[in-house]
Design a protein around this ligand. Structure first.
Ligand code: ZN
Length: 328
């Protein structure tokens, strides 16, 4: 199933309701007008008898079937023509009684011959942004609006950032669970790590995957909630399951959360479980040296991060400061 299970179920349910509502509204419009115009009511009754008439014709001799159906079609054509005339005479548009679907392509089914309609895909992508936690960032943090010109002040910086940008974009475009590696974005504040993490998350969602994005602080506070905050009677969904279940997990700002042994153990378990099941991660961090990582967490976590993740070094000057200076 594409995207994430609960988003898919919710959108599917929304479509069923939408279609039902469209039919109900058309029936209501038809009934209201038929109550007012008796001739229209009679035409509607005759048109409604089409099905039973065809059924009856099918019971008769096969040799006559084609001619009978043609006759019914011809009569129906005249009935519909008259119906439109009546609507026009009474000041209504000729499609007033038709079912008005939000999407005429799939008639609010969400798919056509088993292929997902564009309208449903759009809805699932929006739902995916929201579930991932990037709905507020998705519009501003894309590959398209990542401005590499901020790195042009130094040719070396520009070349390296352009390389990182191209590789990360390519990674997102070709993302596949079980195949794609995990990435580690290393570098100081304001060098574009968050921007490219979100852009990658966004693209991977658009390719119908289930993505979760979170800052280390938020992820670990969910973990703390599961440990200490949840009461025994709380039957709501676990707050941390999604970090294990999603196709791609993006952890931003690793190293800024509160440091405890339990957090380190949780992080190790999370990384280890995901690596073991072939589910990629993108982790960005201000910790740029092995020593800093070992000191912050422990050797096990550091060796996972440094040994199993593909590293990208973000270099240069704080882009946020450059932008600020240019806007003054
Ligand atoms: Zn559609």
């Amino acid at each position: 199933m594409p995207f994430n299970r609960s988003d898919y179920a919710a959108v599917k349910q929304e479509y069923e309701k939408k279609k039902k509502d469209a039919v109900t509204r058309s029936e209501e419009r038809t009934k209201a007008l038929c109550d007012k115009i008796p001739e229209l009511a009679s035409l509607c009754r005759q048109l409604a008898a089409t099905g039973p008439r065809i059924f009856e014709a099918a019971q008769g001799p096969e040799s006559e079937l084609e001619a009978k159906i043609a006759e019914i079609k011809k009569e129906n054509g005249l009935l519909i023509k008259r119906q439109k005339q009546i609507l026009e005479e009474n000041g209504y548009p000729e499609d007033w009684l038709d079912i008005k679907y939000e999407c005429e392509i799939c008639r609010d089914e969400g798919n056509i011959d088993g292929v997902m309609c564009v309208c449903m895909k759009k809805k699932l992508i929006s739902a995916g942004y929201k579930t991932a936690g990037i709905d507020g960032l998705a519009a501003t943090h894309s590959f398209e609006n990542f401005d590499l010109s901020y790195y042009r002040y130094d040719n070396d910086v520009y070349t390296k950032m352009k390389y990182a940008f191209d590789r990360i974009k390519g990674y997102a475009e070709g993302f596949r669970v079980g195949v794609s590696p995990s990435l580690l974005f290393l570098g100081g504040t304001g060098l574009g790590k968050t921007h490219l993490s979100v852009a990658a998350a966004k693209r991977v969602i658009e390719l119908e995957n289930y993505v979760i994005y979170g800052t280390a602080q938020n992820i670990f506070s969910d973990f703390e909630y599961e440990r200490f905050g949840r009461s025994f009677s709380d039957r709501s969904e676990s707050r941390t399951d999604k970090y294990f279940d999603c196709d791609l997990l993006v952890i931003d700002d690793l190293g800024t959360e509160i440091k405890t042994q339990a957090v380190t153990a949780f992080l190790y378990n999370l990384i280890n479980t995901r690596l073991g099941s072939g589910k990629p991660m993108i982790i960005s961090t201000n910790l740029t040296s092995p020593d800093a990582m070992i000191e912050r967490y422990d050797e096990r976590v550091a060796s996972r991060l440094l040994g199993e993740f593909l590293p990208y070094k973000f270099i240069g000057k704080d882009v946020r400061m450059l932008k600020l200076r240019q806007s003054k």
